[in-house]
Design a protein around this ligand. Structure first.
Ligand code: SAH
Length: 222
């Protein structure tokens, strides 16, 4: 079913997708590498068919189990922050969700390790990785708060759900020269995207922009 719909027609066609790419440029996305992967990745296969006519709007959409697929601008921005700041050999993603962000990362890195705590979402994401023939994605059903110690260190870490504090295991699992993009919820409930970088001297951190992500939760759901 997914394979049949890969190319898309009408509201899911390549032309509609290319218009989204132009909107991302207008909003300030400059990485050609990121834009070109997003231009060739069919976002409509990551959402329910009933919503597929909205796949190329620049908005987040529900994917079931109370979760969302991120807004394309945010996917582009987070990916660009990592791509433009250093190596992308081994990349960790926390929060596979529908697998869209994972698929964009797969196009700009050597290997992506992705963790999801909700099994049914992970199962659907795996089907999509297969339909898209992605051979550089390794996945785990688990609690991403703990990172993936066996595969560390990572050149880049992306977290697509918001904690109140950056999880210590993730900082630990960054390589020297490694970067992390992560939304963090502050005491008043606002969320901001942070870009962290690890060097010999320690961790530097800067706030990038306001965002709205689902919360990072502990434990797993079968
Ligand atoms: N990356 C997705 C966004 C998914 S929404 C995209 O491309 O659009 C965030 C996801 O993070 C949800 O699927 C949620 O279940 C997952 N999540 C939340 N807390 C988590 C945790 N501790 N470990 C792993 N996944 C988590």
């Amino acid at each position: 079913m997914i394979t049949k719909n890969l190319a898309g027609i009408g509201m899911t066609s390549q032309r509609t997708r290319s218009r989204l790419i132009q909107r991302l440029r207008d909003k300030g996305i400059i990485s050609e590498q990121v834009l070109s992967v997003m231009e060739r990745t069919p976002r409509h296969i990551f959402i329910d068919e009933a919503l597929s006519h909205r796949a190329y709007e620049d908005s987040s959409l529900p994917i079931g189990m109370g979760q969302t697929i991120s807004q394309p601008y945010i996917v582009a921005r987070m990916t660009e922050l990592l791509v433009m700041s250093g190596k992308m050999n081994d990349v960790l993603e926390v929060g596979t969700g529908c697998g869209y962000q994972t698929s964009i990362l797969a196009g700009v890195s050597r290997r992506v390790y992705t963790i999801e705590r909700i099994k049914p979402l992970q199962k659907q994401a795996i089907k999509r990785f297969k339909a898209l023939n992605l051979h550089n994605v390794t996945y785990q059903h688990g609690d991403g708060y703990l990172g993936w110690a066996d595969q560390a260190p990572f050149d880049a870490i992306i977290v697509t759900a918001a904690p109140e504090q950056v999880p210590a295991p993730l900082i630990e699992q960054l390589a020297i020269g490694g970067r992390m993009v992560i939304p963090v919820t502050s005491a008043n409930g606002d969320q901001q995207l942070h870009l962290l970088e690890k060097s010999d001297e320690g961790i530097s951190s800067m706030k990038v922009e306001d965002v709205k992500f689902v919360p990072l939760l502990g434990g797993i759901v079968e």
